[in-house]
Design a protein around this ligand. Structure first.
Ligand code: NDP
Ligand code: NDP
Length: 317
């Protein structure tokens, strides 16, 4: 199968592994790229020199294309962008910030740029800034998310209508059938986070991976909308946030409660009660820890099987 996304990234399958803080280092990114998808190093949890190391290790581990995700609200962005250019990264996904700031410089350096959005306004703005494709991320997604709570089912057709450039669907996609649904809505690829967070090659702590596998329906919630909306797995910290929010906590109070380095504490160091555990709704559907290549191939095979099944459905004329 070839479409605008497989051509743009020079990949075999239109399956992209999301850049995820504390989960997607070079091991996960190179494993996904070697399996024929697009692996992404998540720069959000990396000091600049750590990112450089991960880019170099990824280049050594795969000859195939991979990308770096840069959440623009994180610190040291100038240094991060300089390293990306110096190390010859070919594809960058930007998120959580204004695409007008960095797209020009990246494009001048021959880098393909994709921006992540959660509404039509930012999609058209990103297109006007010259990005090559858009990730449209719905309400179901883990971690940082849009304020409007637009679900993937509603968001994808709106964005596909609003822009000319290809749309990559994200949020709630962890299976081939969900991927097929995203294609039916107008997407040309999917970006998958949670299902790859539990890959063997993910750098997340095993406690976090086990917690994701054990998660049930209703166990994640979008919180801290007054600060930066983020979908979290329920635990002691998330309960404390819920109580504070019910009592009308302002952004400053939420910031105080969050403190420092809670995402690392939970996702990388495995503190399942006090850590900030960023994961999507689809965690309720994930049942085992597997190698990234197996996750990707299972999704692709199911996509093809489900497509065939739908082709065979017969309806009265
Ligand atoms: P390795 O695990 O092979 O480690 C590479 C180097 O990083 C080694 O010199 C090792 O030091 C050091 N290192 C590894 N883990 C830690 C740690 N928890 N704290 C301090 N130093 C560490 O390589 P990776 O490529 O997996 O990791 C490289 C760096 O990236 C590490 O600092 C790691 O913590 C970080 N990382 C960050 C991720 C993120 O999402 N931000 C994801 C994965 C890794 P020594 O030889 O002394 O053990
Ligand atoms: P914090 O700001 O609480 O702490 C920084 C964490 O990122 C630490 O674990 C630190 O590692 C690591 N880190 C990696 N690169 C850098 C860097 N260049 N400078 C400083 N620290 C770095 O981090 P969060 O992960 O919670 O948030 C990251 C960004 O997102 C911050 O800018 C924060 O203000 C913003 N934000 C996050 C929210 C959330 O829900 N997490 C909500 C609102 C804003 P180490 O511990 O090894 O030093």
């Amino acid at each position: 199968m070839n479409n605008r996304i497989t051509t743009l990234f020079q990949i075999k399958y239109p399956i992209i592994q999301a850049g995820m803080v504390w989960c997607s280092g070079w091991r996960l990114a190179s494993a996904v790229s070697n399996a024929g998808g697009l692996g992404i190093i998540g720069a959000g949890s990396m000091y600049p020199e750590v990112l450089r190391l991960h880019i170099q290790k990824c280049q050594a581990a795969t000859d195939l294309p991979f990308a770096v995700n840069v959440p623009l609200l994180y610190p040291n962005i100038e240094e991060i962008m300089q390293i990306i250019v110096e190390e010859g990264v070919k594809i960058v996904f930007t998120s959580a910030g204004n695409p007008a700031t960095w797209t020009g410089l990246l494009k001048e350096n021959g880098i393909t740029v994709v921006h992540v959005i959660a509404n039509t306004k930012f999609a058209t703005k990103a297109e006007a800034c010259g990005v090559d494709a858009i990730v449209a991320e719905g309400f179901e997604a883990g971690g940082h998310n849009g304020r409007e709570e637009t679900t993937t089912m509603c968001l994808i057709p709106m964005i596909a209508d609003a822009v000319q450039i290809p749309v990559i669907a994200a949020g709630g996609i962890g299976s081939g059938s969900a991927m097929l649904a995203a294609f039916a809505l107008g997407a040309e690829a999917v970006q998958i986070g949670s299902a790859f967070a539990v890959a063997e090659e993910s750098s997340a702590h095993n406690n976090f991976k086990s917690g994701i596998i054990a998660a049930n329906e209703g166990d994640t919630k979008l919180q801290m909308k007054k600060l930066v909306p983020v979908r979290l797995l329920k635990n002691t910290f998330a309960d404390a946030v819920a109580v504070a929010e019910a009592e009308g906590a302002n952004p400053e109070a939420l910031k105080q409660l969050l403190g420092r380095a809670r995402a690392k504490l939970g996702m990388f160091e495995g503190n399942m009660e006090e850590g900030e555990l960023e994961i999507g709704q689809v965690s309720a559907l994930l049942k085992e820890i597997k190698p990234a290549a197996k996750i990707l191939k299972t999704i692709w095979q199911e996509f093809l099987t489900e497509k065939e099944r739908l082709n065979r459905l017969e309806f009265p004329a």
